[in-house]
Design a protein around this ligand. Structure first.
Ligand code: GGG
Length: 355
């Protein structure tokens, strides 16, 4: 019997509620497929920061490095500036564990209405691969004259040949594996970002040469945003820098119905470190504690974690349970037009998994 040692970090806001439902789904697949989980919870996040002055302990990464995977909720609190919370918890995990791929599927499921006119299930079926450790998120820079009228902030984007090539290679391999349109789109802005993103473009061209059976195109990020809305059906696998991937996947989530369905995995493809799975959405302080957050993105992310851990049957079962609930259109949270609670949707997934 397989045993998986999973670190749980609920984090802030609705992260707490949606992870609860994800754990229920994981326990349900454990029962059904004879999987054993050892869950260890870490109370890290902004409440921890209020008590300790840090988002996680200084040996937090060392502690997490012993786990098979990390299941994460969300980070962000209205009373603390986002760069403190993000750089104190989420980004150190992505960087420290070299989770250089952020995989974010954007799929319009049967039963979900896209805000885009005439888009039907199947029309939108793409995966955005976001570079996850460098680019605009490299955290290189500093302040000068902080707090004075002359205050200066310098932020450097970092694009390495190695960093670009490895994530772009992952995107091509994924297009091959998906075997749908066999197409990879690169998102760039090398006309204006004439150094780092030129390295990105060159890396894309070099990697593409190794995949003659995969067609390609390159879009400036502004054009990519436009095409996500105008013609999302043209995309298969999309690969972009850290910031571009972040922005595009919010568009990808909303054109496929809701942020509440958007799953993600922060992956170290070489498996040297634990990978981390989390819903794309943040802590949503406006609805935190109201019991109406959609847990399906967190549950689907738990499914992605199952796939990463080799539990493909469990992943398929979680996906089928979620798709069934969405298609039935009865037990849904308000973001999808329903009036059910977070708990009721989680219970419906558990019940579908038991069938
Ligand atoms: N569960 C995802 C989450 O908490 N996101 C918060 C956030 O602000 N993320 C920024 C990013 O991923 O770039």
């Amino acid at each position: 019997m397989a045993e998986h040692n999973i670190a749980i970090i609920r984090g802030d806001g609705i992260g707490v509620d949606v992870v609860e439902e994800g754990l229920k789904a994981l326990n349900a697949v454990a029962k059904r497929f004879d999987i054993t989980f050892k869950f260890t919870e870490f109370p890290w996040g902004t409440d921890y920061y209020f008590k300790n002055g840090v988002m996680m302990p200084s040996d937090g990464l060392e502690t997490l490095s012993k786990f098979d995977a990390i299941y994460f909720g969300a980070v962000g609190h209205p009373e603390v500036q986002d760069h403190i919370t993000l750089n104190g918890l989420l980004l150190p995990m992505r960087r420290g564990f070299d989770q250089y791929v952020c995989e974010r599927p954007c799929i319009l499921y049967p039963g979900v209405t896209s805000p885009l006119r005439d888009k039907n299930p199947g029309d939108i079926d793409m995966v955005v691969i976001r570079e996850n450790t460098e680019g605009e998120y490299a955290n290189v820079g500093g302040f000068l004259y902080e707090g004075f009228a002359e205050e200066i902030g310098v932020q450097t984007g970092v694009f390495t040949r190695h960093g670009c090539e490895r994530v772009i290679t992952y995107a091509f391999e994924l297009a091959k594996k998906r075997n749908k349109k066999n197409h990879v789109t690169s998102v760039t802005k090398s006309n204006a970002q004439g150094y780092g993103m030129v390295v990105w473009d060159r890396a894309f061209a070099r990697v593409a040469e190794r995949y003659p059976d995969i067609s390609t195109n390159s879009l400036l990020v502004d054009a990519a945003c436009m095409e996500f809305i105008r013609k999302p059906e043209i995309f298969d696998v999309v690969v972009g820098s850290n910031l571009f991937g972040d922005i595009l996947t919010d568009i990808g989530a909303i054109i496929t119905g809701s942020m509440g369905l958007a799953l993600s995995g922060n992956i170290d493809p070489e498996r040297r470190y634990p990978s981390m799975f989390e819903p794309v959405h943040g802590s949503a302080p406006d609805i935190a504690g109201k019991g109406i957050a959609n847990p399906l993105a967190a549950i689907l992310s738990a499914g992605m974690m199952m796939r990463h851990l080799g539990e493909t049957e469990a992943e398929a079962a979680i996906e089928a349970a979620v798709l069934g609930i969405v298609a039935e259109n009865e037990i849904l949270t308000p973001d999808l037009g329903g009036s059910s609670t977070t708990t009721a949707v989680g219970d419906a997934v558990v019940s579908a998994l038991g069938r």
